[in-house]
Design a binder for this molecule. Structure first.
Ligand SMILES: NC(=O)c1ccc[n+]([C@@H]2O[C@H](COP(=O)([O-])OP(=O)(O)OC[C@H]3O[C@@H](n4cnc5c(N)ncnc54)[C@H](OP(=O)(O)O)[C@@H]3O)[C@@H](O)[C@H]2O)c1
Length: 336
């Protein structure tokens, strides 16, 4: 294997063209060597705009390229597991977009695929490698807020385009799979364990049937998470961690502007008007470049992936439980 991990990009997905490919191209241990699309013209156009040497008119041709080590899979959600499995069977390592699957049961099938093929398979929760989240985990670990009691947050945007994959049930659309997954992910990592049970409310779009407004309460045993996510609400994102003695607020938790500093508000709880808040400024960071290098290190040096399949399954299990609870109106436990 060459010194850099040679990536092939599965599709001309917007997130790939806008963020992930430029990030991989900036990363130290990565090169982007090929892109595939269902349309050769689209692949060629993306390749020429982004300076990618090879363009393919089908996903299979990319998987058959012996000069590609790893595949980035940003296909619509229902195609995540099928194409991750195909790429792995072709001997490629795979970084698959979140959510890794449509359900925990589907995500679990990747364990067999990984065991059979021996490749690395990771979920692209790019926030894991952002410096601000590394710092939040460090502060929580040091007990800066005391014992963690509550995680609370919002993540929302407004998108009613009926052609967007986020508004198509068959593509795994809806707020919970698209953005609520982040709230669950950060809460699980903050508490260091899965929720024991969850209760949730979902409001579905009457025409598109996707969940457009989802709120959930996650019981971590001695700590709670409460979040609301929406595809038809003001564009906003904020997460707070409240402990027995202090509070950490992440100003722009998920789409921190690339390269610009980000801010954590750390409240010692001494003054309700905010005089006890100190602002910690985190240096600018490209979370997509960091994600690429972390994945490359896992392949080239054998270190653990930031988000391995086991972690992805735990997140999907909590997501499944939120969907179940919204249907039954009861507390539901994630399946282990
Ligand atoms: N981590 C992040 O920051 C982040 C941000 C946004 C989205 N995402 C994730 O990335 C994935 C893609 O999101 P996106 O907004 O970039 O999607 P998108 O622009 O709609 O791209 C999806 C791509 O999949 C291909 N495709 C194959 N079959 C398709 C079908 N039946 N319908 C639609 N597209 C099909 C298309 O590429 P070709 O035409 O080239 O084949 C299309 O461009 C989702 O899983 C989403 O959750 C992650």
């Amino acid at each position: 294997m060459s010194k850099k991990l040679r990536w092939g990009i599965l599709s001309t997905a917007s997130i790939g063209l806008r963020k992930v490919i430029p990030g991989l191209q900036r990363a130290e241990l990565c090169s982007v060597d090929a892109i595939a699309s269902r349309s050769l013209a689209k692949a060629q156009s993306a390749a020429s705009k982004l300076g990618i040497p090879k363009a393919y008119g089908s996903y299979q041709e990319l998987l058959a390229d012996p000069e590609i080590d790893a595949i980035y899979n940003p296909l619509p959600n229902q195609m995540h597991v099928p194409w991750t499995a195909k790429a792995a069977e072709a001997g490629k390592h795979v970084l698959c977009e979140k959510p890794i699957a449509m359900s925990a049961a589907e995500a679990r099938t990747l364990l067999d695929v990984r065991a059979r093929t021996g490749v690395k398979i990771g979920e692209a929760f790019m926030i894991r490698t952002h410096l601000q989240w590394i710092r939040v985990q460090q502060l929580l670990g040091e007990g800066r807020v005391g014992a963690l009691r509550a995680v609370g947050g919002f993540f929302s945007y407004h998108n009613t385009d009926p052609a967007n994959i986020r508004n198509l049930v068959e593509c795994g659309g809806g707020a919970l799979l698209d953005i609520g997954c982040y709230c669950i992910h950060v809460a699980r990592h903050a508490f260091g364990r899965p929720p024991a049970r969850v209760v949730a409310l979902i409001d579905r779009d009457p025409a598109m049937h996707i969940d457009r407004l989802t709120s959930a309460l996650l019981d971590f045993g001695g700590g709670h998470c409460i979040f609301t996510c929406s595809t038809q609400m003001v564009h906003y994102q904020r997460i707070q961690f409240l402990g027995a003695r202090g509070r950490i607020e992440v100003e722009i938790p998920f789409n921190a502007p690339q390269g610009s500093p980000s801010r954590l508000f750390i409240d010692d709880g001494s003054d309700v008007t905010g005089r006890g808040i100190s602002i910690e400024t985190i240096p600018g960071c490209d979370q997509y470049a960091e994600q690429g290098d972390a994945f490359a290190r896992a392949v080239l040096e054998g270190v653990e992936l930031p988000v391995p399949i086991e972690d992805a399954i735990a997140n999907m299990a909590a997501i499944d439980a939120v969907f179940r609870s919204a249907k039954t109106g009861q507390w539901e436990s994630p399946e282990s």
